[in-house]
Write a protein that binds this ligand. Sequence first.
Ligand code: KG4
Ligand code: ZN
Length: 338
Amino acid sequence: LHFMLILGIETSCDETGVALFDTEEGLLAHGLFSQIDMHADYGGVVPELASRDHVRKLLPLCDQVLVDAGRVRSDIEGIAYTAGPGLIGALMVGGSVAHALGFALDVPVLGVHHMEGHLLAPMLEENPPAFPFVALLVSGGHTQLVRVDGIGEYELLGESVDDAAGEAFDKTAKMLGLDYPGGPRVAALAEKGTPGRYRFPRPMTDRPGLDFSFSGLKTYTLNTVNAAKDAGGLDEQVRADIALAFESAVVDTLTIKCRRALEVTGCKRLVIAGGVSANRRLRAGLEGMASKLSAAVFYARPEFCTDNGAMIAYAGAQRLLAGQQDGERIIAVPRWPM
Ligand code: KG4
Ligand code: ZN
């Protein structure tokens, strides 16, 4: 096989994402249905509601993406879907549709790892990173530093021993009375913060190693919020000051560990991926650090930092081209280390 038109399907959590990737022409079209408004009333993703909405949205979205690309179903030459990690019901929807379509069209089908999708999303941009590189994966469920030597050649350098960075953003948002998902909202509130008003810890940066811990930071935020409340002063400005102090602590912590990872590996390329990589202060912090090491930072456009079908189509395409496929079984793995 040399060239293929791949349909990519992402349904691991609260976004239904579909894309068509041509291994010669690149990304042809992509579409996303976000369930954020539906889950917002509950303060987080409700798994059963997520599954049902994927059922409603997935096939219409596949057809829409085909129309946008000027193609028809029978043009599809391979199908990639997110096989995990994620919510089991949501994963099953994507896997079922992928396998049903693949069976009907008689084309290979492959379940891919969600985090490999995130990891490779920057490859969809102009000037993609060459191998090897160090990747910082920062999403709602993962905070990992990985050395990447090629597709499927991943060496875990370090990871969070407790909460993921995105999770810490989401919990901080809740404490500050902001809606789900909290990351972008904390970042927006932090824009109005006074630098230096509060100073939060930079967890695990004073000892060697490349692991992270964010649960202590969450407690620190809670204590600061409660202290401000007790003092009768949790107004908009104080909330913004806390948001900024929290965001700065996360950015500094991630930046210190990324610098270490670049130094330890000798790599001159840093890739950041996953929802939190959309964070502007994080991008700026990492770029400042990297320029001092004469290293370059790579990331995806904001809509491809969070969950999307394009990253799954791309990751799947690389593996389908190499001849990998599922066979007849649907793969759905809620917990799955990369
Ligand atoms: O990669 P993603 O869409 O889903 C997972 O695989 O988890 O990441 C979602 C996470 C959420 O925790 C969200 O709050 C966070 O990414 N996030 C951000 C920003 N945009 C999304 N965190 C900080 N700043 C942002 N701009
Ligand atoms: Zn994700």
